[in-house]
Write a protein that binds this ligand. Structure first.
Ligand code: OFO
Length: 171
C-alpha cells in the first residue's frame, strides 16, 4: 500500500495532469481563433495526452490500495498574444511538471517504495520528451520570427500530430 505522503503526492499529480489538459485546451482554443489550425491540433493532442497521464496515475493510486483526492482545477489563462508566447508558456509549464515529477520520484526513493519509484520513471522519461518537443517548436517559432509563410509551413507540420494512447488497455 502507498504511504499517506505518496498517496497525497500522486493525487496532487493526478489533478495537476488534468490542469495541464485544461491549460492546453485553452491554448488550443486560442490558436484556433488565431487561424492556426495545426497549432490548435498539436495542443489538442497534448491535452489528450495529459488526460491519459492523469488517468494512469489515478488508476495506480487505486491499484496500490489508496484513494485519490480530487482538488479544484483552476481556470487556465484565456488570452495568449501569439504562438510564440503559447510555446514559451508550454515549456515553462512542462519545466514545473518535471520538478513535480522528480519530487515524487525522490519521495518514493526516500521511502524505499521501489514499485512507486519504478512507476515514476516512466513520467521522468516522458518529461524529457515533453520539454524537448516544446523547445523544438519554440526554437522554430523564433527562427520564423514574423514570416507568415514559414508560420503556415510549421502549422501544416503540427496538423499531422495524432493522439496515441501511451497506456493501451491491458489485454
Ligand atoms: Fe503530463 O506531461 Fe505534460 O504536463
Amino acid at each position: 500500500m502507498l504511504s499517506g505522503n505518496l498517496a497525497k503526492a500522486l493525487s496532487n499529480q493526478f489533478n495537476a495532469e488534468y490542469y495541464s489538459a485544461y491549460l492546453y485546451l485553452a491554448m488550443s482554443s486560442a490558436a484556433d481563433a488565431m487561424g492556426l489550425k495545426g497549432v490548435a491540433n498539436w495542443l489538442f493532442v497534448q491535452a489528450q495526452e495529459e488526460m491519459a497521464h492523469g488517468t494512469h496515475i489515478f488508476e495506480y493510486i487505486l491499484e496500490r490500495g489508496a484513494a485519490p483526492d480530487f482538488n479544484d482545477i483552476i481556470t487556465p489563462p484565456a488570452v495568449f498574444s501569439d504562438a510564440g508566447r503559447i510555446f514559451e508558456m508550454v515549456l515553462e509549464h512542462e519545466q514545473k511538471v518535471t520538478a513535480s515529477i522528480n519530487n515524487i520520484a525522490t519521495l518514493a526513493m526516500q521511502e524505499s517504495d521501489h514499485a512507486c519509484y519504478q512507476f515514476m520513471m516512466w513520467y521522468v522519461n516522458e518529461q524529457v520528451e515533453e520539454e524537448s518537443n516544446a523547445t523544438e517548436i519554440l526554437n522554430k517559432l523564433k527562427l520564423i520570427s514574423g514570416n507568415n509563410g514559414l508560420l503556415m509551413n510549421l502549422d501544416a507540420e503540427l496538423s499531422t500530430r495524432v493522439f496515441v494512447n501511451p497506456f493501451p488497455a491491458k489485454a
